[in-house]
Design a protein around this ligand. Sequence first.
Ligand code: PLP
Length: 430
Amino acid sequence: MPYDAKDPFLNVQTFVQTGATAVPELDRWQQIAEEEVQLVAEMTRRNELSGGTPVVREFEKEWREWIGKRFSVTTVNGTSALYSGYFGLGVGPGDEVVCPVNTWICSIAPALLLGAKPVFCDIDPDSLQIDPVDLEAKITQKTACICAVHLWGNVYDLDAVMAVARRHNIAVIEDCSHAHGAKYKGRMCGAIGDAACWSLQGSKAVSAGEGGVLVTDDVDVFERACLVGQVNRVIGIDLVGAKYAELQPLGLGMKFRAHPLGIGIAQVQLRRLPELNRHRAAYIEAVEAGLKDVPGFRPIKVYDGIERGGYYGFPVIYEAEAAGGPSAESLVEALKATGLSVSMTPYPNLHTLPLFTKGFDIFTRNRGPLCAHEGYPGYRPGDFPNAELAQERTVFLPRLSDPIPGAADIVLETLKRVVTQTMRQPSSVK
Ligand SMILES: Cc1ncc(COP(=O)(O)O)c(C=O)c1O
């Protein structure tokens, strides 16, 4: 019986058995459901559209209680949450901030815009997470902060990173934008650093469309975060300390306040997160277990004591040489031709961007941390061998949130078939 692409539910077995080549739609997930639509309609009717509304305050409370921190504030996006966090920690001109070289640019851009110099560090190419040994090597007298990122739903070695930070008395921001609900040795990611930020952008595991959250236990970090972007946060309601009281409610006059409708949507999604994480985990673990039978592929490394979460991407390692097959890039092209949604790493390593190779006169008139006369050396290919290796051999498989029955088998079968075919005829995909 030929495979019927219109009827994927009934034909998963057929797909596997018959060698059909077109991959069906594997995910039934709709990020926005009726509950979000209803809530947005109700909030709109109530004109709950601006400022620290009841839904915004409720969500902030829910989030900090979930993570186990004293303070939380929502923002327009994850980037502004990070800006607020850096500002909260006092990062500014003359400082250096270290972050992994394979993260999204917004992990570090806010520090740069506050006048601090970005310093990149290498990664463990098996876990794709920050390498604590290279991290320590990058610390200088000027290092004010480490931005450590839980990339792709996986979790970095928090004990090792925190030990480096404590040895040198440096603050840590956990960027949890890829790992909503992940845990480290039983504690929530975001609970362990001096501050933590999440993006709630549309494709994240908890989405506000656009939004962000910052948490911290440090009253000064929280009040400074509010000072920089939360016009009209009121002492006695949102703010607790007296230190910046005379500057409120206008603060510094900038506005990073989240849109209440987005936060309403995120509140519904936060309550749905455990289920979403269970579905994503079950599918990813099934594929990872099956990779032992796919030549050249293996799962990424997960350190002891970690429960992944959010699963913003599904990276696996493909070593072309071991497979006797084509390069990862060629293989990805061949896999895409089947309809399987795969890609190479979606982010460039940051040290390869012209901004960081050549530098840039950010504040004009030769000012700012990326100016050559400020001692900015510029990065070169080869500066981060592990991240560069990871870029060559990491393949991103479909991330499914509500997979059709048998989806993991279809992914594995497609990988196996395409790898085997391309090994037999390597010239056809070169
Ligand atoms: C690791 C990381 N940090 C920060 C951000 C910035 O978040 P936003 O897009 O909400 O500003 C992102 C966005 O994807 C991200 O992936």
